[in-house]
Design a protein around this ligand. Sequence first.
Ligand code: SF4
Length: 336
Amino acid sequence: MRIHDIRQRLRARGALALHEERVLRFWATARAQAGGRRRRDDFLPRGVRDDLPALEAELAGLAWLRSTHPSDDGSARLLVGLADGQSVEAVLLPRGGLCVSSQVGCAVGCVFCMTGRDGLLRQLGSAEIVAQVVLARGLRPVRKVVFMGMGEPAHNLENVLEAIDLLGTAGGIGHKELVFSTVGDRRVFERLAQGRVKPALAISLHSTRPELRRRLLPRAPAIEPAELVEIGERYARATGYPIQYQWALLDGINDDATEIDGIARLLAGKYALMNLIPYNRVDGLPYRRPPVERAVAMARALQARGVLTRLRQSAGQDVDAGCGQLRARAGAARAV
Ligand code: SF4
């Protein structure tokens, strides 16, 4: 279901723009769940009021909690069931963050990612994306939403932009607290700049060597790292938010002096933040995180060369759940 469909349904029952916003705000902020009958339903046209119980039941059925997997770092992975029996993962992050999925599966096929192994199964509708936020808000407050779960948001652009628009308006999330994460796609940079809600942007770089990056991200758009950074810099200057570069640290692959030189060459002096994320092991894949000393040394070397760098912990590490693993495991359990 798309938010566009909800709006059309409300309009067909006589809703004006302010009625639409009211109904959508109650949903997106999870007040409908939390005893929202306090709201002034009598303010809504009769046709909308009559349809509201059915609409709210449909919205509540878009996403449901199949299981929760808390971690010692304060994060918790959620396996989220969808109405058609599919499922996706969302992650409650420390300090009110939530990581959501935008697709079931993913077509980019990053070699280190469980989600990418089965390819794309289906797109999520914009309402299913927002429904993950509503579900999480039933568990605790959500002040930041990052689109870094299953899927490549650029491959489901209309639905992701619709979800961002709603979350950044009626959903009450600050625009820079919405983070669109992409492997890089020219359409994304054009469209994000046009929206009334302009999210922050994260770019999955993973290597500054074009040939290695093509091997790691085999079906990402063919944009050279240097060009990606140039395009990203224009977006950062236009919005006033730094670009967050994502770098999955893979032992012996992208953690050497050549990459430190490459990152320093591309990012020194740019309005950018480099997130080094030690890799979460995935069963059946040969990749490992580097020793902690090497990761720390890489972060320090980048800082010393003028690149603002954070060495991150990958949330959910201690529940053995890299992106896509919960879903894969649930599927295997069903198949037994
Ligand atoms: Fe897709 Fe992200 Fe996995 Fe790459 S890392 S395959 S873009 S979900």
